[in-house]
Design a protein around this ligand. Structure first.
Ligand code: COA
Ligand code: MG
Length: 296
């Protein structure tokens, strides 16, 4: 089976903006993020959740046509009783997608898709146009059900991301880090399962937050390492993180030039299965990678 990545503008950066903060919403309109995620979940206190829905919907209605960033909303988890009300308010023209946290498996994503089918029809939005990005590793059942991404087709899926904070709470861990500050094995596994789930579904894997938002060097280093692992973009929690993420997940000039050489070499010799460039064997997987580097 060949896995095809659906084509659309690449997502390198997604900035979380607490949807109850007029000030942060205003600030986000000049940010270079590819996606703004208006958050109704963990960044919003219980007492402000209902008001934040309306603020988010008004922001989308006012800004969607003016911004190049796509506007997503992170709703509350399906089992809180808040998700349906969140969706009923924020599904308005201009909404590009929903981030759904604490999914327990792909059944939750399928369920969300059914809700969106109805709400799109009510709002006069093209059927199927609102995308979904799940935070796929935040509960224990979710981790045990990750194979669902290989067996269930979800046409609205635009990417898969993961989280380490809620998962550590779910398993009762004191910390998700070891004594050297590195992720413990469970959280490396969560990141790796995110990569596999996204590849199986043919959508981009998007890396989790870097919470130390004043540590620009750490963000840059870990983001470059994340791109080497296969992640195609990353979530930001602070406006200053976005430019660093955009750069880290963009191919360098040298990578682009090398990719072009691979494409040119295969174009010049269409019958070749394998070629030599600079003393290195280049075959079909390198061609696939080269085309991806150039966004083809
Ligand atoms: N989106 C938009 N604007 C933001 C922002 C964000 N995520 N985070 C900070 N800003 C704004 C601040 O309001 C401030 O604007 P101002 O100069 O007009 O006052 C400016 O950027 C600088 O902010 P700074 O003082 O460096 O940070 P802070 O202490 O105000 O906020 C956080 C720190 C972590 C609370 C804040 O970045 C935040 O709310 N992040 C998002 C958290 C979130 O959504 N979490 C859920 C996902 S894990
Ligand atoms: Mg969370």
């Amino acid at each position: 089976m060949t896995v095809q990545t659906r084509s659309s503008a690449p997502i390198r950066s997604l900035l979380f903006v607490p949807a109850d903060s007029e000030r942060k919403l205003a600030k986000s309109t000049t940010n270079p993020a590819d996606v703004l995620i208006l958050d109704l979940e963990d960044a919003v206190a219980e007492s402000r959740k209902v008001g934040a829905r309306t603020t988010a919907a008004e922001f989308i209605a006012a800004q969607a046509s003016k911004l190049t960033a796509k506007l997503y909303v992170r709703i509350n988890p399906l089992d809180t009783g808040l998700a349906q009300g969140d969706l009923a308010t924020v599904v308005v023209p201009g909404l590009a997608g929903i981030v759904i946290p604490k999914t327990n498996g792909v059944d939750d994503i399928v369920q969300l898709g059914h809700y969106l089918d109805v709400l799109e029809a009510r709002a006069g939005i093209d059927a199927g146009s609102i995308k979904i990005i799940p935070v796929a590793t935040e509960t224990a059942p979710a981790m045990l059900h990750m194979q669902g991404f290989a067996s269930t087709k979800i046409p609205r899926l635009a990417g898969v991301t993961w989280g380490a904070e809620d998962l550590s709470a779910a398993v009762g861990a004191v910390s998700n880090r070891d004594e050297n500050g590195q992720y413990s094995p469970l959280y490396d596994l969560a990141g790796s399962l995110c990569l596999l789930a996204a590849a199986a579904a043919g959508v981009p894997p998007l890396d989790t937050v870097f919470t130390d938002f004043k540590d620009s060097a750490g963000l840059a280093t870990t983001s470059r390492a994340s791109r080497r692992r296969g992640f195609r973009g990353r979530i930001a929690i602070h406006p200053d993180q976005v430019a660093i993420i955009n750069e880290a997940y963009s191919p360098t000039e040298a990578e682009r030039a090398h990719a072009q050489r691979i494409i040119d070499a295969f174009a010049a010799d269409p019958g070749a299965g394998t070629l030599g460039i600079d003393g290195q064997m280049i075959d079909r997987p390198h061609l696939v990678q080269a085309r991806r580097t150039l966004g083809l």
